[in-house]
Design a binder for this molecule. Structure first.
Ligand SMILES: *[C@@H]1O[C@H](CO)[C@@H](O)[C@H](O)[C@H]1NC(C)=O
Ligand SMILES: *[C@@H]1O[C@H](CO)[C@@H](O)[C@H](O)[C@H]1NC(C)=O
Ligand SMILES: *[C@@H]1O[C@H](CO)[C@@H](O)[C@H](O)[C@H]1NC(C)=O
Ligand SMILES: *[C@@H]1O[C@H](CO)[C@@H](O)[C@H](O)[C@H]1NC(C)=O
Ligand SMILES: *[C@@H]1O[C@H](CO)[C@@H](O)[C@H](O)[C@H]1NC(C)=O
Ligand SMILES: *[C@@H]1O[C@H](CO)[C@@H](O)[C@H](O)[C@H]1NC(C)=O
Ligand SMILES: *[C@@H]1O[C@H](CO)[C@@H](O)[C@H](O)[C@H]1NC(C)=O
Length: 499
């Protein structure tokens, strides 16, 4: 055990913070029932119907006019989007990590968040797990906290500029610092804590930003200064894409509704939370001028309104659709549950990977984060998966561990220096998620993923698709000095998974 033990109380990445002490509920959020007269209601409904029919009519005329005019798919019909959406792959590379020359750096999480803060004019919604944006929060004195502190500083300015700031956060465990959330609330932001422990026995683990209903960030980065400079993170930013932002907004609204004290999960969710963009009928749009089919998945199942693909289903579908390769980079991978007791064997993902290897001869590569807090049980399961590969049968499964290099000083930073990525890339699709790959995350924990199906390639052009860029990130990490084959990694196991 490393001296970090004294910091253990912070448990920022620990998902077992199941003792909820609710962040001071201001009680201001409870909706007050007001309308009483039935006739008012009735005429309101009639009016709404009229307006709806009117707009439907206008919309029909508009889209047919557009079709005649532009002779194409300029939007209108459900399942497509006329926005000129831009997508950018975003990473945090921990200080002190270097990759071989030729690897193109992606924009940093920090610069992306700064960008989004510079763009916002009306509204910012953030779904978050916990908040530790300053040295004070983590009781550290790290110069590298300055970026997080700067982001928080800018967030605190927004409300007074007339921007509506809403923050949904998992209910803090007894030890979680509350400074940032209190400061945000004092600045005028609306903060709601989502009591996932009570609602589903999990946590709110999702991390995304929604800006002006038009731009978004989704990825592995927590609202934590370490996620900007000390933890390896991967996400995506999508700009000028109200179709996608609107759909992610429905997931945010679900968290927001559950953040009312005493809220329960509606069964079923009201119709306005439902979506038509899912695994079966993804949103077809152009990302950087290239055709793509996109949707957001969500977990746990109880938080999925009608039409929403469950996160596990999305992930398994991407694996099942692969015919050539499946590359996975994830912080932790366990064919078990981790936090529910008794722990259960949970082979949902493991089975599908073995099936892909055995039945379709798909080449599977798994790059798993390895750090001080890795679970000892993870390693034998990983070796078992790797053992399917055999020189005589030519099955192809490779497992490598990825370790973020750590100086003695960096080792003092609690819960840092780890590959926190959670993504998968195949020859067809990119899956950028927020969940560790073990049972609890899909059954109890709120998470979300962006799934981009982009079979076309842009060979010849100077740009590449997001899928191709994600593949390049994977190749860079896989062949870097920071990864080692699970069979050669014996000496590492003393460094990762010491418990
Ligand atoms: C993911 O898994 C690791 C290892 O099991 C665990 O320590 C961590 O709390 C989990 N949560 C996050 C935030 O990734
Ligand atoms: C989004 O659209 C605006 C207005 O058309 C444009 O100025 C801006 O550059 C676009 N953003 C991106 C990232 O393409
Ligand atoms: C659905 O409607 C309710 C009531 O008007 C509202 O509070 C909620 O935010 C809406 N949800 C979405 C996803 O728009
Ligand atoms: C992606 O789209 C192609 C063609 O539309 C389809 O055949 C394939 O199944 C889709 N893949 C995934 C992972 O959804
Ligand atoms: C496969 O063959 C190579 C070279 O002959 C050898 O180094 C390797 O250990 C073999 N792998 C397995 C899994 O048997
Ligand atoms: C691609 O970009 C590089 C650097 O920006 C430029 O030098 C090169 O001419 C471009 N190639 C094509 C085919 O556009
Ligand atoms: C999409 O366009 C933006 C700028 O408009 C660029 O920064 C980004 O790298 C592009 N993404 C892809 C996947 O090519």
């Amino acid at each position: 055990m490393k001296p970090g033990g004294t910091y253990k109380q912070l448990d920022p990445l620990e998902d077992r913070g199941v003792q909820p002490t609710r962040f001071p509920p201001k009680g201001t959020d409870t909706p007050s029932p007001s309308l009483s007269s039935r006739s008012v209601l009735l005429s309101a409904i009639l009016l709404a119907l009229f307006v709806l029919i009117f707009f439907l009519f206008i919309d029909l005329r508009l889209s047919s006019a557009l079709r005649v005019g532009a002779g194409g798919d300029a939007g209108g019909d459900a399942g497509s989007c006329g926005d000129a959406c831009r997508i950018v792959l975003v990473e945090s590379i921990p200080e002190g990590m270097t990759f071989s020359e030729g690897s193109v750096p992606n924009p940093s999480t920090f610069s992306t968040w700064k960008n989004l803060l510079g763009t916002v004019t009306r509204s910012l919604d953030i779904a978050s797990f916990y908040w530790t944006m300053t040295n004070e929060d983590t009781r550290t004195h790290e110069p590298s906290a300055v970026q997080g502190e700067q982001i928080l500083e800018e967030l605190l300015q927004l409300s007074q500029r007339g921007i509506t700031v809403r923050i949904a956060v998992s209910s803090p465990s007894a030890k979680s610092p509350l400074n940032d959330l209190q400061a945000l609330e004092q600045s005028g932001a609306a903060v709601r804590t989502v009591d996932m422990p009570r609602l589903t026995g999990g946590v709110l683990h999702t991390k995304f930003w929604l800006v002006d209903g038009t731009h978004l960030y989704v990825g592995s980065a927590n609202m934590d200064w370490r996620s900007l400079t000390q933890v390896k993170e991967l996400g995506a930013a999508v700009y000028n894409c109200s179709c996608l932002a609107k759909d992610l907004g429905k997931i945010f609204e679900a968290y927001w509704a559950l953040g009312i004290p005493g809220a329960s999960i509606p069964v079923p969710w009201p119709a306005n939370y439902s979506t038509t963009f899912n695994m079966e009928t993804p949103l077809e749009l152009k990302l950087n001028d290239t055709d793509a089919a996109v949707y957001f998945s969500s977990s746990p199942p109880a938080l999925c309104a009608t039409g929403r693909t469950q996160d596990l289903g999305a992930l398994l579908n991407v694996i099942d659709a692969a015919e050539d390769f499946v590359d996975i980079a994830v912080m932790s991978y366990l064919p078990t549950t981790e936090f529910s007791h008794p722990q259960r064997f949970w082979p949902a993902i493991d089975n599908r990977l073995r099936k892909a290897v055995f039945e379709r001869r798909v080449k599977v590569r798994l790059l798993v984060g390895c750090w001080r807090h890795s679970r000892a049980t993870m390693f034998p399961f990983l070796k078992s998966l790797a053992a399917v590969a055999d020189n005589r049968t030519r099955y192809s499964v490779e497992v490598r561990l990825f370790m973020v290099p750590t100086s003695a000083a960096q080792a003092q930073i609690p819960y840092a220096r780890v590959n926190h990525n959670k993504y998968m890339v195949t020859e067809k699709a990119a899956y950028i998620g927020t969940s560790n790959w073990s049972g609890d995350y899909f059954m109890r924990t709120a998470g979300s993923a962006l799934v981009v199906n982009q079979t076309v390639s842009q060979t010849g052009a100077n740009t590449s698709t997001i899928r191709e860029q994600l593949q390049a990130v994977f190749e860079r990490d896989w062949s870097s000095q920071y990864s080692a084959d699970i069979e050669d990694a014996e000496q590492w196991e003393s460094l990762c998974g010491s418990r």
